[in-house]
Design a protein around this ligand. Structure first.
Ligand code: CP
Length: 308
């Protein structure tokens, strides 16, 4: 069996295009499995996986848990909000205690950039980063690019615009790395205050006008305004943001070509995306969610067999 070049999935930056292709090919098989009447395979029987979430999540957490159960792994869930972290226990003590219960793999979401990288220097278990602060969200980028490949046949040569709050987004950075490794052309679009200063140095086009971004792209990946990470005001009001950067079905219908709309969720309906656009035939948002389970099954399966 082929294996990944890494024994952890900490980010997209440090994996290869070959790793991504292997994950996609494996996810193709698992997508077929999860659409069968019997959705389970015994691949990770006797493997124990801990999902440790220090930040809120709906999609990522449920998707990992389902992926693990479809692979017949034993699963334990940890949520910081109702744990001994509230009594002052450190990240390392928390994880060492969980690992003492014979856990083989850890899926972790944390508000601090680099938290899973830190953990990987201290523990033996395989680690999957389920989102670290504003840094990376590798499985989201894998399911996003897998969904583009499924919808358009290939990622190579496609024009993808990432639109919205780029500054606070871990999805943006992981998507940029994944899309570039797979040969797509990438544009970022948003108000200047929500574009990080370093962004052009990543080799992406920068566009401030959302209409021009929509005219240019084959795929628009629309990002949420992350108010919970904004300690200062980056734009006057949500109403003004929606007026200048919100995408509506009318805007999509007025384009000369058909484009694909994506969103990692959760959506601020009526802010970055109107309901009629989010629920339109342009949208593959729920396909992304479905693909997330197959892609995460592939990641866990391949990491469990990784020799690197
Ligand atoms: N896309 C995503 O990470 O969603 P959750 O925060 O609900 O997991």
């Amino acid at each position: 069996m082929s294996s990944l070049s890494q024994r952890h999935l900490l980010g997209i930056k440090n994996i290869t295009a070959k790793d991504i292709e292997l994950i996609f090919e494996t996810a193709d098989t698992f997508k077929e499995v999860i659409n069968r009447p019997i959705k389970k395979v015994p691949s990770l029987r006797d493997v124990t996986i801990a999902n440790i979430f220090f930040e809120n999540s709906t999609r990522t957490r449920l998707s990992f848990e389902l992926a693990e159960k479809r692979l017949s792994a034993d699963v334990v869930n940890f949520s910081a909000s109702n744990s001994s972290v509230k009594k002052g226990e450190t990240l390392l003590d928390t994880v060492h205690n969980i690992l003492a219960m014979k856990v083989d793999m850890v899926v972790m979401r944390h508000a601090s950039v680099g938290a899973p990288h830190f953990l990987s220097r201290h523990i033996k278990a395989n680690i999957v980063n389920a989102g670290d602060g504003t840094h990376e969200h590798p499985t989201q980028a894998l399911l996003d690019t897998f969904s583009i490949r499924e919808k358009l046949g290939d990622v190579q040569g496609k024009k993808v615009a990432i639109i919205g709050d780029i500054l606070h987004s871990r999805v943006a950075l992981s998507n940029i790395f994944a899309l570039q490794k797979l040969g797509a052309k990438v544009m970022v679009c948003g108000p200047p205050t929500l574009l990080p200063k370093f962004i052009a140095s990543l080799g992406v086009q920068v566009e401030l006008d959302v209409k021009k971004a929509l005219e240019w792209c084959d795929v628009a990946n629309v990002l949420r305004i992350q108010l919970e990470r904004q300690q200062i005001k980056y734009f006057p009001s949500l109403r003004e943001y929606a007026l200048y950067y919100g995408i509506t079905k009318k805007m999509l219908d007025n384009l000369k070509k058909q484009i694909v709309i994506m969103h990692p969720g959760p959506i601020n309906r009526g802010v970055e995306l109107s309901s009629d656009a989010a629920d339109s035939a342009h949208s593959i948002i729920l396909d992304q969610v479905e693909n997330g389970v197959a892609v995460r099954m592939a990641v866990l399966y391949l990491l469990a067999g990784a020799t690197a």
